[in-house]
Design a protein around this ligand. Structure first.
Ligand SMILES: CC(C)=CCNc1ncnc2c1ncn2[C@@H]1O[C@H](COP(=O)(O)O)[C@@H](O)[C@H]1O
Length: 251
């Protein structure tokens, strides 16, 4: 609608001059010209995005304590790190956590496998990719997402901590999203554990040797990352934080 100054308001958006449309949103909606192009437009996409949040929240709301596990999609079953992933899934379940992964192959599958075989909740948050993949067979609660960002919200919202196994760009993306959320205090008391000292040493050296002297992070930020070599240490770290959170919960 137009205001007294001639500005056109469309929700939070203000349009002026030649951007003011000749018809209103209602007119365009009711004026059915038989054109179905609108289902591919951005406003319609918003409905799909909203639906992903609603479905995701609905599916995971009653999960209980959970840990999100990230790691490479490419590690084969015969690789020793796959077994580490299985042990991690098992260890987290034995400590009372549900295990949330990206639901794909490799180390995601390994963690889901350990969780399922230990009798725990094994969640896979799948993502629609150009190459058809599907959830791994060890997921017993799966949600498939079209949008990465909606899916990433679920990794954080329903977990009390992150354990990061060796991985590539996808894993680093998820790791640094978590680090940024903790650094900016969007989430609190949220342990981030890197499992596999050999694999992560180079990254940590660079963070310590380049980022810190350049002043792009502070000394306190180094404390956000815990690097460990065993499942027991990883579980102890995420469990410790769970107890902190429980202690702070109101009666
Ligand atoms: C073989 C192959 C590339 C399969 C891709 N299939 C996938 N399915 C589900 N999540 C994925 C997939 N690829 C990457 N991701 C996401 O990115 C991370 C792994 O990426 P990367 O392999 O480290 O970089 C996982 O934690 C996961 O959340």
């Amino acid at each position: 609608m137009k205001d007294a100054r001639g500005d056109y308001h469309k929700g939070p958006v203000t349009l002026r001059g030649k951007r003011v449309p000749g018809s209103t949103t209602d007119q365009r909606l009711l004026d059915n010209s038989g054109d179905a192009e609108w289902v591919h437009s951005d406003p319609w996409r918003v409905m799909r995005i909203q639906a992903e949040f609603v479905e995701g929240f609905g599916a995971l709301a009653e999960l209980g304590d959970a840990v999100s596990v990230f790691g490479s999609a490419r590690v084969p079953r015969e690789h020793p790190t796959y077994e580490l992933g299985v042990q991690l899934g098992r260890g987290l379940v034995e400590a009372g956590f549900a295990v949330i992964t990206g639901g794909g192959p490799g180390l995601m599958e390994a963690a889901n496998r350990g969780a399922l075989e230990a009798g725990g909740a094994s969640v896979g948050l799948g993502i629609e990719l150009p190459f058809e993949q599907g959830l791994n067979e060890y997921v017993d609660l799966g949600v498939n997402f079209r949008y990465f960002f909606a899916r990433k919200t679920m990794f954080v919202k329903y977990a009390q901590g992150f354990v990061v196994l060796p991985g590539g760009f996808g894993t680093l993306d998820e790791l640094f999203e978590a680090v940024t959320l903790v650094q900016t205090r969007k989430v609190t008391s949220f342990p981030i554990v890197l499992l596999g000292c050999d694999y992560w040493a180079g990254l940590l050296d660079w963070v310590r040797g380049s980022m810190l002297p350049a002043g792009t992070i502070g000394a306190a930020d180094l404390e956000l990352l815990h690097v460990v070599d065993t499942v027991d240490e990883a579980v102890r770290l995420v469990r410790g934080s769970g107890e902190d959170q429980a202690a702070r919960r109101p009666e």
